[in-house]
Design a protein around this ligand. Structure first.
Ligand code: XIL
Length: 675
């Protein structure tokens, strides 16, 4: 505790120094080198800037009893922020205590990288007015990031109160003050993905509109060189298309047909039109990034939810309005629309959302009917979802889409494919084939990104996986599976919504990664080159031990799970919480490749409300359990087991899972080679 307090005080002091020295000019990348504090703690007894905090977006913040009370929030992202430009190139922890009537709050990192703005969510937690929720998470800030700032947003525009908020460096400080950012590489020097894959499918990319207005031409050149399909990353989502001020300004006029605006999307549409690139329209009907006022009578969130009839009218008018405007102003540019996004729930059935609550379970069917009615001839209509390759979710999606396919209202299945390199490629391709066969639709891979493994050679191993992945989809395509487009979800790792997972094909400065090479090697048959700094994976037999007392951990999430350091440990003060998985097998994952050729002994203390927890080796198709232990009593129990990491293994992770999706707590995790 003492440690925590002195850290906080040091941070507060250093934070004052930070702002004292550089003022509030956050763009200090070219400044002289200077000291960087290990912690920046917001001091809500002080005014804005002086107290290390600033107002982000359109809202009012008043300090009261050492807390920040955030009111008049015009958008859901408006709130308290801590600027941290000097933290570029570091992993940081962000921790806040927040109360409010919002459904949930999220801590988000934003930064500028070569003129593009990125937003990366760090951690979320449900909130209540009565008590404070602690939200905490770690994130890596790219070395080339400028103007980094971490802000607290919420799921809605209700007020919230922050009693404490701080950012701290995790591990050793990497002080990059005074260091210039890298130079952008010439993107035209890299062979074209879309040209290489022309015989098979379109090769697309998601892009934010900032690319089109960026002072650096490199990103536009990159799209023109590499890709022949573009998806606007956020600009055609309802939150950007619905014109709140006009609609709310004349509720009776717009009651059945909300006003629309396209300012956000225009730069991308102009770019595509001018350069003759086709666009995937993303997305019309979605539970997320859609303002809640759309679903209320008179658009008043304090009133009643609108009736089914009214919402059907709003839905049809919205779909018709967007499709007609795009076709009139940019004829032929949009060749496919994601009509409905993510309607299947993670735990089975249909996701609960405003569309379902107001219209009913048939809202997906109705959306496709309206889309077909208003779509220009030849424009393909897609359903789009994630974890779409998992058996149970696929069964739900197929059941939902069958009647729509029978009615002839759907043309394609959008497989988002936010995956990690542990995913079994054969199962993935089998699920793709099943969609095509059972629905009679074409396939687009719409949002491909592949979390780099936590291995000693993460970039190389990711490249090897990309080769395997693309070999499999090319083989499927040759075999008649109608794959028409593969889109990667972003241009560079630094621009990715999951930048810490380094999931894309290009580094921040546009240099191709081994992942890019892997995609090309899938066609040429060549091997991905080992990088100059390649580390032989089995060189280190030292035992692995984590007790989380220094708040650090080297493993990472398998799929969508979230790890966080919390109190109430088995021993000492801290342990690791694993939560928010979409499936039982989401969990904390550790690379054990270094033990290849040896038997490892794995032991740990675990606590969970789930009946059983186990430690599993991530071997495609078999997933052997190293040990299983009965939990469920919410008491700490000990688990241990042995496992042979085979000679010649080049990449193996083990992970800890629970028998349902309840969180688990982990402490004293030990792995040692025993022969
Ligand atoms: C993401 C964007 O990449 C982020 O910039 C934004 O903050 C949140 O949405 N599934 C989808 C995409 O269909 O629209 C999402 O895009 C990623 C998950």
């Amino acid at each position: 505790m003492k440690n925590k307090l002195s850290k906080l005080l040091a941070g507060a002091l250093a934070g004052v120094l930070l702002f004292g020295v550089v003022g509030c000019n956050t763009n200090n990348v070219n400044n002289e080198p200077h000291d960087v504090p290990m912690t920046i703690a917001a001091d809500f007894t002080q005014k804005e800037k002086k107290g290390n905090w600033v107002t982000y977006g359109d809202c009012k913040i008043k300090t009261q009893d050492g807390k920040a009370v955030v009111t008049d929030r015009k958008t859901s992202n408006a709130g308290v922020a801590i600027p941290c430009p000097d933290y570029r190139g570091n992993t940081i922890n962000a921790t806040a205590s927040v109360s409010g009537a919002n459904d949930s709050v999220t801590i988000t990192l934003t930064y500028e990288v070569f003129g593009n703005i990125s937003y990366v969510n760090i951690a979320s937690a449900p909130t209540t007015e009565a008590s404070e929720s602690e939200i905490s998470g770690n994130i890596e800030i790219p070395a080339n990031a400028e103007n980094a700032l971490v802000y607290i947003e919420a799921s809605d525009v209700r007020d919230y109160t922050v009693s404490s908020y701080s950012l701290s460096i995790v591990g050793d400080l990497n002080n990059l003050t005074g260091e210039p950012v890298e130079q952008l590489a010439d993107p035209t020097a890299t062979a074209s993905l879309s040209a290489a894959y022309a015989d098979y499918f379109k090769f697309g990319v998601a892009s934010p509109a900032t690319v089109m207005t960026n002072k650096n031409d490199g990103f536009r050149q990159m799209i023109l060189t590499q890709f022949n399909s573009v998806t606007p990353e956020n600009e055609l989502k309802p939150e950007n298309v619905l014109d709140r001020d006009t609609t709310l300004g004349n509720v009776s006029k717009y009651n059945e047909s909300p006003a629309l605006k396209f300012d956000a999307a225009k730069p991308i549409l102009d770019f595509c039109k001018k350069n003759d690139i086709q666009m995937r329209g993303h997305t019309l009907i979605w539970y997320s990034q859609t303002p809640s006022w759309l679903f209320y009578e008179n658009y008043d969130v304090n009133g009643q939810l609108a009736s089914r009839d009214l919402m059907l009218k709003r839905m049809e008018n919205y779909i018709a309005g967007v499709m007609e405007w795009c076709e009139k102003n940019y004829p032929g540019v949009i060749y496919a629309w994601d009509v409905v996004n993510e309607a299947a729930a993670d735990d089975g059935g249909m996701r609960d959302c405003y569309w379902k609550q107001t219209i009913g379970d048939d809202y997906v069917e109705r959306a496709f009917e309206f889309a077909r009615k208003h779509a220009p001839a030849g424009v393909q209509l897609f359903y789009n979802d994630y974890n779409e390759y998992q058996d149970s979710k696929q069964a739900d999606i197929l059941a939902m889409l069958k009647p729509i396919a029978e009615a002839g209202n759907i043309d394609g299945m959008g497989m988002q494919s936010h995956i990690s390199s542990g995913l079994n490629v054969d199962n993935y391709v089998a699920s793709m084939k099943k969609y095509a066969d059972e629905l009679g639709v074409v396939i687009h891979i719409t949002e491909l990104d592949v979390t780099a493994p936590k291995s000693v050679n993460p970039m190389y191993d990711q490249g090897v996986y990309m080769k395997k992945f693309f070999e499999a989809i090319v083989a499927a395509d040759k075999d008649g599976v109608p794959i028409e487009c593969v889109t990667v979800w972003g241009l560079t790792d630094d621009m990715s919504w999951k930048s810490s997972s380094k999931p894309l094909l290009f580094y921040g400065n546009l240099t191709p990664k081994p992942a890019y090479e892997g995609v090309m090697c899938a066609l040429s048959g060549a091997e991905v080159a080992k990088p100059a700094d390649y580390v032989e994976p089995k060189s280190d037999l030292s035992p692995f031990f984590e007790d989380y007392e220094n708040k650090e951990y080297v493993g990472g999430p398998r799929y969508s799970s979230v790890q966080k350091i919390v109190g109430d440990a088995y021993e000492g003060e801290y342990c690791l919480e694993n939560s928010e998985g979409y499936a039982e097998y989401d969990g904390y994952s550790i690379d054990v490749t270094q033990y290849a050729g040896h038997v490892i002994h794995v032991s740990f203390a675990i606590k969970s409300k789930a009946d059983q927890c186990c430690c599993t080796a991530d071997i495609d198709g078999t997933w052997p359990h190293i040990c299983e232990v009965q939990t469920g009593t919410d008491e700490w129990v000990l688990a241990e087991g042995d496992f042979e990491v085979e000679e010649g293994t080049t990449m193996l992770t083990i992970y800890i899972e629970s028998s349902d999706m309840s969180p688990y707590y982990l402490d004293n995790l030990k792995i040692e080679a025993v022969n």
